[in-house]
Design a protein. Structure first.
Length: 144
């Protein structure tokens, strides 16, 4: 009987799995949608629509924004001047490497980030972000 020979191995593995499951359940943090996060998400989605962004399902967009951004903007606004948009702008401007070609940025490339900053962090943060990219050259390059 192989079970009797390796009984302690099986017991140790089962105990380790139970301990990991309990630890994982204790550490799991689900983002909760609060009334405040839903109100800010609704404002954010409304501002995006007013700026000309297409929102197909407003209720779903509000739910996703409330989950992702919470009440403070979440990871999107953790460091807006050194995040994804900075990398994208750097790449688009041709400083992203040997194969990257310089180009003029679209004039609404930062619009969603600016709206998010206004809604979640206030006009002062939006103004600081606007100052950061104000020297770049823009054009309407993605007309539909």
């Amino acid at each position: 009987m192989q079970f009797k020979e390796h009984k302690w191995v099986y017991i140790v593995i089962i105990v380790a799995l139970v301990v990991l499951a309990v630890f994982g359940a204790a550490r799991y943090h689900q983002k909760k949608v609060t009334a405040e996060s839903k109100a800010k998400a609704t404002t954010f989605v409304d501002e995006l629509q007013a700026a000309g962004f297409t929102i197909r399902d407003k209720d779903r967009a509000v739910e996703r924004a409330a989950e992702a951004f919470g009440t403070d903007g979440g990871d999107l606004l953790a460091d807006p001047e050194n995040s994804y948009l900075h990398a994208l702008a750097t790449f688009q401007l041709g400083t992203g490497g040997a194969a990257a070609r310089p180009g003029i940025l679209d004039d609404d490339i930062f619009a969603a980030e600016l709206i998010a900053l206004e809604v979640y962090r206030g006009p002062k943060a939006a103004a600081e972000f606007s100052d950061w990219y104000s020297d770049m050259k823009f054009s309407d390059v993605s007309e539909e």
